[in-house]
Every structure is written in structure tokens, then in C-alpha cells.
Design a protein around this ligand. Structure first.
Ligand code: ARG
Length: 279
């Protein structure tokens, strides 16, 4: 199904072929973006998708996106940051929504000089507004199932085949570029404690995944890490890393399973009064 070019890496630019196959494979993929338009100077000359701050996210229930806490704060919600769904193209495709509620994990702690963020999760509730294509209701995006939501689901060990998707940068450091088209990369889960940069700084609520030269990168944060085979299941959320794809330090993800965050996600999405209103 997937072309080899697309299986390559988020780090390696792929041709524009086989995009629809990928969208078909990641219909829960969301983009969180700022709609700031007052750019000046050399930023003004760059395409909007390339200068926006942005993150990924996953549609997990009607009206709810799961993303990373470090991706967005209430200030940015108030300034009109939006959610885009249903497209491979971050430039102008899909359908966009207004964010009307941000719930950051109560125990979120931002990254420090020497360690990753803790409990790096946030839930966004979104609604249609004047900028939302009214025909969107005819083809609603498909949520992804959360690991742990079924009796047979367990915690993910090492050596599992997982796939990450995003519009993030093609490398870390100078000359890196965001991708206008959604990309995916297949990686394997590995022990976080074997990574020299992570030892002693990670906890059991984190998951590490990588492969030589393959990784997520800046701009992919908040996006989905799913099982590569079988029924798609969300097992992680892009959170942190030291460089991108540098070999010794894999990508760091927030773990999603019955012992990690499933209860919090369920409580927030079910208790929210907006869900019980006709909207
Ligand atoms: N924190 C980054 C972001 O905001 C994601 C970093 C992921 N890094 C990695 N090497 N996998 O987009």
C-alpha cells in the first residue's frame, strides 16, 4: 500500500506520489496552527505554512484533539490558533476549526535545561465557525482508537513496529524545513534508558522510538505514534528529542495505555459539558 518513498522518513524528502494512500492511512491527523498574518521582513516572503508555528495532533473523539501540552497555551487559543483536519497539505487543504477549549494535563511540567517535559499532553475541543467549510459534516474525519481502550491492549514493550506522521522539519538545526505535505516514518520502540542523553531523565510514562536516520522532528510534536500493523491504535504522542535522527537518542513520546493517561483523557472528553450540547 505505502510507497517506498513515503516509508523513507520524515527526515528525508519524499516525492509527492502516494499522498492519498497516506491520508487514507492517517485520517485522524490534525494540524494545530497559528493564523497570525502580520509577518514582516524576510518572513513575509516565505509561504505561510513555512513560517507558522505548528504542531500535530490526533482526533480521538468527535470534537477532541489530543496533542502535546508544550504545543499550545491559553494565550495562543485566545489569539485564534486553529485546528486543521482532513488533508495531507498543510498549506490550504482540509477543513479548519476554532479551538474553544484547552485542557492541559494538570501535572504538565515544561522541559528543563537537562530533561524532557513531564506529562506533555493537552486536549483541545474544537467547533465549526465562519471559516469552517460547511460541507465538512458530509465527510467527518475518523478518530483513532487509544491504546488501552480494549481489554486485550497492553503496554508497548521494546521492539514494536510503530509509525509517526507529521508536517515537521526534515532535520534539526540550520537549513531545516517544514514539510508542506504530511509525511510518515516507520520506527521501532527502544529502551529510553539506553539513550545516553535520556538516562536518568525519563520515566515510565514515556516511550522511545527510532531507527537509524529515522525520527520525528520539530513541528511533529503532538502528532500520533501508531502501531504500524493491524488496526491503527494510538500508542504515543510526539514530545521531545535531542536533535533529530542522530542515531544515539531516539524520539521521545508520551506513552498512551491503561496505566498512562487513558483515565485522564476519558474523564476530560466525557465530562466536558460541550459534548452534551447540540453543536
Ligand atoms: N518538541 C518537538 C516539537 O515541538 C518534537 C521533537 C521531537 N524530536 C525528536 N527527535 N523526535 O515539535
Amino acid at each position: 500500500m505505502r510507497s517506498l518513498a513515503f516509508a523513507a522518513a520524515l527526515l528525508i524528502a519524499g516525492p509527492a506520489a502516494a499522498q492519498s494512500a497516506l491520508l487514507h492511512g492517517a485520517p485522524w491527523q490534525a494540524e494545530i496552527y497559528s493564523n497570525f498574518s502580520g509577518w514582516t521582513g524576510k518572513d513575509k516572503a516565505r509561504p505561510q505554512y513555512a513560517r507558522e508555528e505548528r504542531c500535530g495532533g490526533s482526533l480521538i473523539a468527535a470534537g477532541w484533539i489530543l496533542t502535546a501540552a508544550h504545543c499550545i497555551d491559553q494565550d495562543q487559543v485566545d489569539r485564534g490558533w486553529r485546528v486543521r483536519l482532513g488533508t495531507l497539505d498543510a498549506r490550504d487543504g482540509g477543513v479548519t476549526y476554532r479551538i474553544d477549549r484547552l485542557v492541559t494535563h494538570p501535572d504538565y511540567r515544561p522541559e528543563t535545561k537537562d530533561g524532557p517535559p513531564l506529562n506533555d499532553l493537552a486536549l483541545l475541543h474544537f467547533v465549526a465557525d465562519g471559516q469552517t467549510d460547511p460541507s465538512a459534516a458530509d465527510h467527518p474525519p475518523i478518530p483513532i482508537r487509544l491504546n488501552g481502550s480494549r481489554a486485550g491492549d497492553g503496554a508497548i514493550g521494546t521492539g514494536a513496529d510503530v509509525t509517526v506522521t507529521g508536517w515537521g522539519k526534515n532535520k534539526s538545526g540550520k537549513g531545516a524545513r517544514f514539510s508542506p505535505m504530511l509525511r510518515e516514518v516507520d520506527v521501532q520502540t527502544v529502551s529510553c534508558n539506553l539513550a545516553p542523553g535520556y538516562r536518568g531523565k525519563v520515566n515510565a510514562a514515556m516511550l522511545c522510538a527510532g531507527a537509524p536516520g529515522k525520527d520525528s522532528c520539530q513541528g511533529d510534536s503532538g502528532g500520533p505514534l501508531i502501531l504500524t500493523y493491524g488496526e491503527p491504535v494510538l500508542v504515543g504522542v510526539v514530545s521531545w528529542g535531542i536533535g533529530c535522527g542522530n542515531g544515539s537518542n531516539p524520539g521521545l513520546y508520551v506513552r498512551i495505555d491503561r496505566n498512562n493517561y487513558l483515565d485522564w483523557i476519558g474523564q476530560v472528553t466525557k465530562a466536558n459539558p460541550k459534548l452534551n450540547r447540540a453543536n
